[in-house]
Design a protein around this ligand. Structure first.
Ligand code: WTA
Length: 658
């Protein structure tokens, strides 16, 4: 890239071959965003054309009304690149965690056959259009095959991240009322076999699940109940490799993915068929500049939206191979990820700032010998990327050659909505960039007025919303209204992110303005964590806050009021167990404090703001070797509204000790 002032631009060579190189695309899209999205939709294969492009009945809206399609037709037999062109091309490259195991590479044709076989198998199990299917699988080829097989027959998939606990699985299965769960015996993680079937057995208790389809992956011993367990290979073995696609209405439910919000219970984000497909295809094509010879490695698990859209659907809709990996990127050695890039000649690498900071911390020496000549483009997602991580990524991985697309979006948006385009730019470290063409955003102050340059406010989306934006929270219209359409009225989508805009129109994301923590790019809610901690019988009160973390961006810290007899260490251990059981090991706190009391207002509300200030100040001072000092009351804000100001003194002492 070329640097001009504090901005970066693509090189001439990159620009020359990029899909988009001219700023006029922004003007065109802005003039008539509805027409713009319609033109893109026209490039897909539809069974029936829509009657109306966009319909808005706030807070609900529809895209491509009465249009009919099936996403798998657009991936396989009617792929825009032509079926004859792509059927023998690589569709998926799977890298297992054990290095001695061979990768699995499937062509589009081979993938198609496997999808059809499973689709027929699912039909035999009684799965029909609109039925929900739970998918609790690790990153193995069958997870993508399962998603596509559901899509083929119009079943609504709910992928549950394999590192979520059985309890997290159970509440998702209960909410969706899924009758089928697809899982595996086990998988490899950091050299260990994780027994996934055991968690699945627990998770299906008190749900409607009638059949559990089990992939044999790790060959570990599993318990078996003939009444509901079935081996995947036995089911699909007998099935035909052809299956007609179910013709879906543009607004038929496509998938549900649960995510965390401000309150304890995860929300089932509902995406529909038409709009999502259009957005997944074109954001991938233009933002990652996907061409025939590219190989995309998006490191996200398909248990998160980034994996669903950019590990699975988007590359396949674009006829490009998608690489995915079973294990942790630094296992068995810190250069595993670098080895994978070189081995498979990855051209497009898309990861989270946490991973970048982790690689950076391992040191440049670890990757000295890698030239990364195949890389053309880098991406970042999930949390703000700080300038130093950006520069390291740019220099050490992209060799100052590759553009970095810092992509902002959410589970709710289905696809990327903000990032500068690689053939156009401009790019600026720590700034996500310009809204995607056809996307209207604004930054508003509390009164609903647009913020000035560099003034922080709330990021919102304006109509016509990008076609992939959520259509609802499953079975919870009230929550949909409250969460997204109440702060500024029913016509403005509230993102829950704080942001600023600079003089070039580039957007910088500051972070969430609600109680969501982004730890290692994973979305966790403090409410959900508090509910898990409160599950402990001796704990009556707790508060969870997110605090800055050098590697993970943010991390939870737990404060507990404990009046029982157990030792501090014992209580901490039990709390950790509860979090693991309720959510999973990804939600483990950075610190746990046992306290006498929590600062509260007279009406009984816990003042998390004060906890956050106390903690952040104490740790910052600690680093400056001034452990004795603690925040002054002035820094903490007005304490006079507290019912128990003495609790602050106790907290100062406890946190200061660390
Ligand atoms: C945050 C992940 C800064 C943001 C795709 C958002 C980001 C939340 C970025 C959604 C980025 C996502 N820069 N922050 N490039 N991308 N976020 O639902 O706070 O897991 O609201 O979707 O991640 O997280 P989710």
């Amino acid at each position: 890239m070329i640097k001009r002032g504090d901005l970066y631009f693509p090189t001439k060579d990159f620009k020359k071959k990029a899909w988009l190189k001219d700023k006029k695309i922004y003007r065109e899209a802005q003039k008539d965003p509805i027409k713009f999205w319609e033109n893109l939709a026209n490039e897909l294969s539809w069974r029936k054309k829509w009657k109306k492009v966009f319909e808005h009945k706030p807070p609900y809206f529809k895209w491509f009304v009465a249009g009919k399609l099936n996403i798998t037709e657009n991936i396989f037999e009617k792929n825009s690149q032509g079926w004859e062109e792509i059927k023998n091309k690589t569709a998926i490259i799977w890298e297992p965690e054990p290095e001695k195991e061979k990768p699995i590479i499937l062509t589009y044709q081979e993938l198609f056959q496997r999808v059809n076989k499973l689709a027929n198998g699912l039909k035999k199990l009684g799965v029909k259009k609109g039925d929900r299917v739970g998918i609790y699988l690790p990153m193995i080829p069958e997870v993508i095959i399962s998603m596509l097989a559901c899509a083929r027959i119009g079943a609504v998939h709910t992928v549950v991240f394999s590192a979520f606990s059985s309890h997290a699985l159970q509440i998702r299965l209960q909410d969706t009322e899924a009758k089928i769960l697809i899982t595996a015996d086990g998988y490899y993680r950091r050299g260990q076999i994780i027994n996934l079937k055991q968690a699945a057995d627990e998770g299906i208790k008190e749900t409607n699940v009638e059949k559990v389809l089990v992939v044999k992956r790790a060959g570990n011993q599993v318990s078996w109940d003939k009444n509901h367990d079935l081996w995947w290979h036995e089911l699909v073995g007998k099935e035909s490799d052809q299956c007609q696609p179910e013709i879906m209405d543009s607004e038929d439910p496509f998938f549900i993915l649960y995510t965390s919000g401000s309150t304890g219970k995860p929300k089932g984000i509902l995406h529909t068929c038409g709009g999502y497909t259009v957005q997944a295809k074109f954001t991938g094509k233009w933002i990652f500049d996907l061409k025939e010879d590219d190989i995309l490695w998006c490191t996200s698990d398909v248990g998160w939206i980034t994996g669903i859209t950019y590990t699975a659907y988007s590359p396949l809709l674009n006829g490009v191979p998608t690489l995915f990996f079973e294990g942790a990127p630094d296992w068995p050695a810190p250069d595993r990820w670098a080895k994978i890039i070189e081995k498979h000649k990855v051209t497009t690498f898309y990861t989270a700032p946490t991973a970048i900071r982790m690689f950076e911390k391992y040191g440049t020496k670890v990757i000295e010998k890698y030239k990364f000549e195949s890389l053309q483009l880098l991406g970042s997602v999930g949390e703000p990327i700080d300038e130093s991580a950006w520069l390291w990524y740019f220099k050490e991985v992209g060799k100052e050659r590759c553009p970095i697309v810092d992509t902002w979006w959410q589970t709710e948006t289905g696809g990327i909505l903000i990032t500068s385009l690689p053939g156009i730019g401009p790019f600026k470290p720590a700034f996500t960039g310009l809204p995607f063409p056809g996307v209207k955003v604004e930054i508003l102050n509390e009164k609903g007025k647009p913020c000035k340059e560099n003034e922080a406010g709330n990021l919102v989306l304006l109509p016509p919303f990008a076609p992939g934006l959520l259509r609802g929270i499953y079975k919870n219209p009230q929550k949909y209204l409250e969460t997204y359409w109440s702060q500024y009225g029913k016509k403005i989508y509230f993102t829950s992110d704080g942001a600023i805009i600079d003089k070039n129109g580039l957007i910088r994301i500051i972070g969430r303005v609600d109680d969501v923590i982004k730890m290692a790019g994973h979305r966790l809610s403090t409410g959900e964590l508090e509910a898990a901690v409160n599950f402990h019988p001796d704990i009556t009160e707790c508060a969870v806050i997110g605090i800055p973390d050098e590697i993970k961006g943010e991390a939870p810290v737990v404060f507990i009021v404990y009046k029982g007899q157990k030792s501090v260490d014992e209580v901490k251990k039990e709390v950790i167990e509860h979090i693991k059981e309720e959510i999973g090991p990804i939600a483990l706190p950075k610190e746990i404090y046992l306290v006498e009391d929590l600062p509260k207002t007279r009406s009984g509300k816990i003042m998390r703001r004060i906890l956050k200030k106390l903690f952040t100040r104490a740790t910052a001072k600690g680093e400056e070797e001034d452990k004795s000092s603690s925040p002054t009351d002035q820094e903490l804000g007005d304490l006079s509204t507290l019912a128990n100001p003495e609790s602050v003194d106790e907290l100062k002492k406890i946190i200061g000790k660390k």
